[in-house]
Design a binder for this molecule. Structure first.
Ligand SMILES: [Zn+2]
Length: 72
């Protein structure tokens, strides 16, 4: 039922995880389909490979962010 809704009206994504200030992961509130922002800024299906890349980016981003805070 919910998937049919998405097929007709399109997915309704909400941010499920903020990876960096530019990259976020989204989940459809109706069918739980997960997508992410890819390097070119488009939405791509959240594959295990992309999830892996995001975890790495998140790690680097948080380390940088923490380092900046310590300097300031
Ligand atoms: Zn959906």
């Amino acid at each position: 039922m919910k998937k049919i809704f998405c097929n007709i009206f399109g997915h309704h994504y909400s941010v499920s995880k903020k990876v960096t200030s530019h990259i976020k992961e989204y989940k459809c509130i109706h069918c739980q389909k997960e997508v992410t922002t890819d390097v070119s800024g488009n939405l791509a299906l959240l594959t295990p490979e992309l999830q892996d890349i995001n975890r790495t980016l998140e790690h680097i981003y948080q380390r940088r962010h923490t380092a900046t805070q310590q300097v300031a």
